[in-house]
Design a protein around this ligand. Structure first.
Ligand code: DLZ
Length: 286
């Protein structure tokens, strides 16, 4: 019966609202459904797990939201960078990361003065529970190429918008995203490989639409496009996100390009970010 718990935080001023939304976006939290009405605005941030906890006998803390993370030091770094970009050297503060008496490490940050959040991770993450190595969803400091087919542009343009929306909202800089247009899906693998081989990008996002109704030898073309993209990924070692739709009809393609069934361009970009992060973690021996 119970579906979830939402912590609602009324902000004291619109400026504080904007600052808090910006801070949590910078940390890469997944955005939930927000709203902008005349009377009120809302920004929601999601986490894979949530719980309401009552405690007795813990040392007093000025934070009542505790966010569990997997790379506390990286989160601390991002928070520090955000503070210095948004406040310079003035008021808001951040504590150093310290051990707690409950087998974890924690720091507390005030993105705006008087509004505190604690971020923490288990000191021994493997103890007692299985942990998966996963990529994060922050695109800060990552470079991308998006290869987009012009064929069926009414759809591929929407996929492109979805992919850009995801990258920019996840912290990628405009100058770090290169959009490359190719005639049709058939040309995607060749452009993907060429750009991946330059090693000037951390991931390639491929976007196209193959419509069975319009495409002679549909299966043959699709197989070759997917094989080529996969092979470029294997040979170059650079993640290639697969955003080539294969649909029976235009209507089905539109649904997958933002109308009814999400936007596959957004999903492909999100997968690219996650894979770059994962590659970096594996490379760093995390
Ligand atoms: C030729 C063709 C056809 C029939 N259908 C599609 C399609 O549904 N989606 C797509 O992206 N491209 C199509 N193309 C174009 C080929 O991908 C390719 O661009 C041309 O054959 C030129 O090599």
């Amino acid at each position: 019966m119970i579906k979830g718990i939402t912590i609602v935080r009324q902000t004291s001023t619109p400026a504080v609202f904007d600052k808090l939304a910006s801070f949590f976006a910078a940390l890469g939290l997944e955005k939930g459904k927000g709203w902008d009405e005349e009377q009120s605005r809302g920004r929601a941030f999601l986490a894979p797990l949530g719980n309401l906890e009552f405690v007795d006998g813990m040392p007093p803390s000025n934070a009542d939201v505790f966010v569990e993370v997997t790379s506390l030091d990286s989160v601390h770094e991002i928070a520090e960078r955000w503070l210095s970009q948004n406040w310079g050297d003035s008021t808001p503060h951040i504590t150093a990361t310290a051990d707690t008496d409950w087998k974890s490490r924690l720091f507390t940050v005030e993105p705006v003065p008087g509004v505190a959040f604690s971020f923490w991770e288990w000191s021994e993450p493997l103890k007692g529970k299985p942990i998966a190595l996963e990529g994060d969803l922050s695109a800060e400091g990552m470079r991308f190429a998006i290869i987009v087919a012009r064929w069926n542009a009414v759809i591929t343009d929407r996929l492109l918008q979805g992919a850009l929306d995801c990258l920019y909202r996840s912290g990628a800089k405009k100058e770090d995203v290169q959009v490359i247009r190719v005639p049709g899906a058939w040309e995607i693998p060749s452009a993907a490989r060429k750009v991946a081989e330059t090693e000037r990008v951390d991931a390639v996002i491929t976007l196209g639409v193959l419509l069975r109704g319009e495409t002679a030898h549909y299966e043959a073309i699709y197989n070759e496009v997917s094989r080529g993209i996969g092979q470029s990924q294997q040979d170059t070692g650079i993640p290639h996100a697969f955003g080539v739709l294969t649909c029976e009809t235009l209507e089905q393609a539109l649904d997958r390009a933002g109308l009814k069934a999400g936007n596959k361009g957004f999903e492909a970009a999100s997968a690219a970010i996650e894979m770059v992060s994962l590659h970096r973690k594996i490379g760093a021996g995390v």
